[in-house]
Design a protein around this ligand. Structure first.
Ligand SMILES: Nc1nc2c(c(=O)[nH]1)N[C@H]1C(S)=C(S)[C@@H](COP(=O)(O)O)O[C@H]1N2
Ligand SMILES: [Mo]
Length: 249
């Protein structure tokens, strides 16, 4: 997008209600309307998402030095207690699978061993929860972009939706976030396997967004051109509970 339209978008958004309509039209024309653009927080969500995408689409999350790693890593919430997860745990996650389907040329199912045999990336980043706490840790995994390349995403793809084996945790990111080099399908933390408390054996790690986008215990990714068919169509379970779909920081 050209500079003038970026300026137009921000200026329109700052110009009050009629300006917001103009900003929404501009964002829509450029495919920058988040799935939760409607409702009372919609205009704010739209402006935040569209300006981040226009101004800092390729920005990198800050990476830290090993001595800055928080010890121990913070654990939020409890691991799944259901039978299926406990069985995986008893099997040392030998049968954990990640399925990749949707708008792909070749749907694939990958074991942890398959993922670990792929070229990996390690990065020391900050995980910030919307509740105010945060920690720094070294995450290791396969860039999501590489997993998507294995399956071959189709030209019409717009979002990647990811599902947890835990309850109804699911979320989604746009292709900018999905293809960003720091977005990982993560299986390692601070030099070891990803602990169960932190989402082991497998989680998504989205360091450019708040912690809740980094869904733990993932077992399926699906590529789609629309989020309308998922849940209430707002893009994530978190959004249905009141948290913004786009949580860029
Ligand atoms: N399956 C699942 N994923 C989840 C959560 C959860 O409770 N269950 N909590 C989210 C929230 S709100 C945050 S801040 C981070 C916390 O990650 P941590 O437990 O590794 O600190 O995980 C996110 N992913
Ligand atoms: Mo969180």
């Amino acid at each position: 997008m050209s500079q003038p339209s970026r300026r137009k978008l921000i200026a329109a958004g700052l110009a009050g209600a009629s300006g917001l309509a103009v900003a929404a039209k501009l964002a829509g024309d450029h495919g920058l309307l988040p799935p939760d653009a409607k409702g009372i927080y919609g205009p704010g969500e739209m402006l935040n998402y569209a300006t981040h995408r226009l101004v800092s689409r390729h920005a990198m999350a800050r990476e830290f030095a090993p001595e800055q790693i928080s010890n121990p890593p913070y654990v939020n919430g409890r691991p799944p207690k259901d039978e299926a997860f406990l069985r995986h745990q008893a099997e040392d996650f030998a049968n954990w699978k990640l399925t990749v389907d949707g708008l792909v040329a070749r749907p694939v199912t990958l074991s942890l061993a398959d993922l670990k045999s792929q070229p990996s990336r390690s990065q020391i980043t900050h995980l910030a929860c919307e509740e105010g706490w945060s920690y720094i840790a070294e995450w290791k995994g396969v860039p999501l972009s590489q997993v998507l390349e294995l399956a071959g995403i189709r030209a019409t793809a717009k979002y990647v939706v990811y599902f947890s084996l835990q309850g109804d945790w699911w979320d989604s990111v746009d292709l900018d976030e999905a293809k960003h080099p720091q977005t990982l399908v993560a299986y390692g933390l601070n030099g070891g396997d990803l602990p169960i408390g932190n989402g082991g054996p497998l989680r998504l790690r989205v360091p450019r967004q708040l912690g809740y986008k980094s869904v733990k215990y993932i077992s399926r990714l699906t590529v789609t051109d629309s989020l309308k068919g998922f849940g209430k169509g707002l893009g994530s379970a978190s959004r249905e509970a009141g948290y913004a779909w786009y949580a860029g920081i």
